[in-house]
Every structure is written in structure tokens, then in C-alpha cells.
Ligand binder design. Sequence first.
Ligand SMILES: [Cu+2]
Length: 220
Amino acid sequence: MKKLLLTTALVLAAAPAFAKDYTIKEVTSDDGKYYFSPKTLTIQPGDTVTFENAQDDSHDVMFNVVPKAVDEMIMSPTMEKKGEKFTYTFNVPGTYKFHCHPHEALGMTGTLIVGAPSKSGETKKVSHHDMGVKTAGDHHDAAVTAMPQGTGKIISLDADKHSMKVTHDPIKSLSWPKMTMTFSVDSSVDLSGYQAGDAIGFTLKPIGKDDYTVTSLKKQ
Ligand SMILES: [Cu+2]
């Protein structure tokens, strides 16, 4: 009997710790601050992190620095309702950096360490809008610059803001997966003939560093 107990104890000691689940909340504070809570987190390989929208506000999460061995883009769809979640299991050790795309410029960024931090040179940058397109401020060559094209479906239109929410198919030239996003629509585009549910084709133009506006629209 004693021997059996000892064997059991050894097996338990050798077994890997059970994977844990963590939550990072995406917060919009009452005084207009946007942040992840917690902003930094250390977990172990195999652990799972759930990003949860803490209010009815539009957040997402995109990983823009990951260990070199990570071979996929880690990004959530847009989460617009309180309680919407995006869950991912992190198996590759190292340093990860992430942000909320709409609120990155407002400081909504964070860091995740899986196991131990990466040494310098062991991470890579990932751009979910890596585009062969020049920025809006760069006008010479505009004629030869292909603007990204997309297809999708209108979810809703906001005539006052001249914007539309679209579920778009993957856009290869931007390395975007299928997503639901809100785009501003250029004032030259007439939205009056469109409504929620329409299948559309559209052209995007970069504005600023990280944003796009719809410059042409047609029904599919
Ligand atoms: Cu956000």
C-alpha cells in the first residue's frame, strides 16, 4: 500500500500543471479612457486568454508583435456588445504585444508574456494592414497605386455620420480576414440607394496611419 501511494505522488509531481484560463477586459471608462485590464499579463504555454468587451463599445484585439514561431495572425472580429469575447490559446512561448485597433492611438495597448519574455530578435512584427498602398499624405504616384478592393454585406448604415458597418470577405491586399467593421464613407459617395443587407463591392483609401474610408461603392 505504501508503495502504491508513493507511485501516485510521483506521477502527480511529474504531470504538467493544468492549463489555466485568464480574462483581459476591454474597458471604456466613464471619463473616456480606453484600456485593457490587466494591461500586462504573464501566463504559461498552453494557457488560454479571453478578451472580453466590458461595455457596449466597439473593441477588438490584434496582435502586432509575436514570437517568430507563431505562424498565424491573432486577431478578433469587432466586438460591439458587452460580454462579447475572443478566446485564444497561447502555445508558443515569448513576448506578445497587442492593441485594440480603433483605440490604439488612445493608448489601448497591452503585453502578454507566455512562459518567459523573448530575447531581442526573437519576435516579429505583424501588420494586419500591411498594404502595398501609400499613405494618404503621399500623392505622387496616386495613379499607379492600387487601392484595396473588398466585397461584403452591409450590416447597417449611419446617414448622419456617413458611415456603414460591413461584414467584409477577406481582403488579401490588406491581409485582412473576414471581419465586421465600421468604415467612414467619403462624402462623394451617395448612400441613398443602399440599405442593410445589400451585397456590395467597395474600394478603400487609407486615411492617416491606421484607418480606411470607402471611396467607391456598388451593388454586387
Ligand atoms: Cu477599443
